[in-house]
Design a protein around this ligand. Structure first.
Ligand code: SF4
Ligand code: SF4
Length: 359
């Protein structure tokens, strides 16, 4: 489905879940903690599954009402048969909700694997545990693990990550809605296809001017659609950096040559509340220094415990550093109330700018 985004950028957007995947059956991946090169080496085409608000909520019969929208969305998609073409569902033990989701998918007769990853990857000893888990999954006989496919996939995904890093450096030159869509697109298509698109975009953006507006750093959990990014574009808030669950938390690294490299790459991910002792706050100083934002927007989903716990820590740190921030809690999408709060935030940033003499 081609989508026109402003005058300069035209991007061919494919619905997540579609796209070329050769002959390999699809495997849905729920969190970036499971690296796609592992899934590809098991004989599947990995596609990150994103929550969506586009299907009715069918979850009440299966989930308690105080579940996050991400979980409700996955269960609704499952019950609606929207994932019937997916052959394998790859879970990792990210949060209690995800562990419960694994059971639900299993009880519905879906083929699953569950990476029982360490609850915290902040301690050195957990690396051995994670590697043992990855090796266990690679050794499951029906998974057809291939060293050769693994090395090829690792090299392709390493290239993709480098290009995404380059694109991220230019993200303040494009509409945020487009960046959001590109992010989702690259998680769901074959890396060769993603690399070709990314190469063109990086080339085009390298000569484009930066967009004018207040620069913001985005933190938090998945959003369920482009609404937040469309709103940021309308209010001329330019995202200068992020650390969100649906962006690429993985750092561009070297191509993995061995399974142990996958464990090492996992440990290089940007800190997230589920897996790092210090939560997202652990890399806040570094993130702020890398993108010099005027303010920070923190997005959390209702009933998401990991991000709610992290929130206090992040707010305290921002207050200590004197950085303006806005916390938005959503059920996945933004509302009129969120728009009003974002407008007030813009006014606050403007007042601060004037107070500091326009700097
Ligand atoms: S907080 Fe971390 S582990 Fe949990 S869904 Fe987000 S990236 Fe995955
Ligand atoms: S990290 Fe939060 S939003 Fe994501 S599945 Fe767990 S509880 Fe839900």
């Amino acid at each position: 489905m081609p989508v026109e985004h402003g005058k300069k950028h035209t991007f061919v957007w494919q619905k997540p879940g579609s796209g070329r995947n050769g002959d390999a059956p699809s495997a849905a991946v729920f969190c970036g903690e499971i690296l796609p090169e592992l899934i590809m080496a098991l004989g599947y085409m990995p596609k990150r599954l994103f929550p969506s608000v586009s299907c009715p909520d069918l979850s009440p019969a299966t989930l308690p009402p105080f579940s996050c929208t991400t979980a409700k969305s996955y269960v609704s998609m499952l019950l609606q048969g929207k994932m019937d073409d997916v052959e394998l569902f790859a879970f990792s033990d990210t949060c209690d909700t995800m562990i419960a989701l694994h059971s639900i998918f299993q009880s519905r007769g879906k083929k699953t694997i569950r990476l029982a990853s360490p609850r915290s990857i902040s301690i050195a000893a957990s690396r051995h545990y994670l590697l043992a888990e990855i090796q266990r999954i690679a050794a499951i006989p029906e998974m057809r693990f291939s060293e050769e496919v693994f090395r090829r996939a690792a090299s392709l995904y390493a290239r993709q990550r480098q290009l995404l890093k380059a694109l991220t450096e230019f993200r303040d030159r494009m509409p945020q809605e487009v960046f959001f869509e590109i992010g989702r697109y690259t998680w769901t298509v074959h890396p060769e296809e993603a690399c070709a698109v990314l190469e063109d975009l990086v080339k085009e953006l390298s000569t484009s001017p930066r967009r004018q507006g207040f620069r913001v750093l985005l933190l938090g959990s998945c959003v369920l659609g482009p609404g937040l990014f469309q709103l940021l574009d309308r209010l001329k808030l330019v995202v200068a950096g992020d650390n969100m669950c649906d962006s690429q938390r993985i750092h561009p690294g070297w191509p993995a040559a061995h399974l142990s490299d996958i464990a090492a790459l996992t440990y290089e991910r940007k800190p997230c509340p589920c897996k790092h002792g210090g939560g997202a706050a652990a890399c806040l100083d570094r993130l702020l220094a890398s993108c010099s934002p005027d303010g920070v927007i923190i997005h959390t989903q209702k009933f998401c415990d990991p991000h709610s716990w992290d929130l206090t820590r992040v707010k305290q740190q921002l207050a200590r550093l004197g950085v303006s921030y806005l916390h938005l809690e959503t059920s996945g999408e933004v509302s009129e109330q969120h728009r009003l709060r974002l407008e007030s935030f813009c006014e606050l940033l403007e007042a601060r700018r004037q107070h500091s003499g326009g700097r």
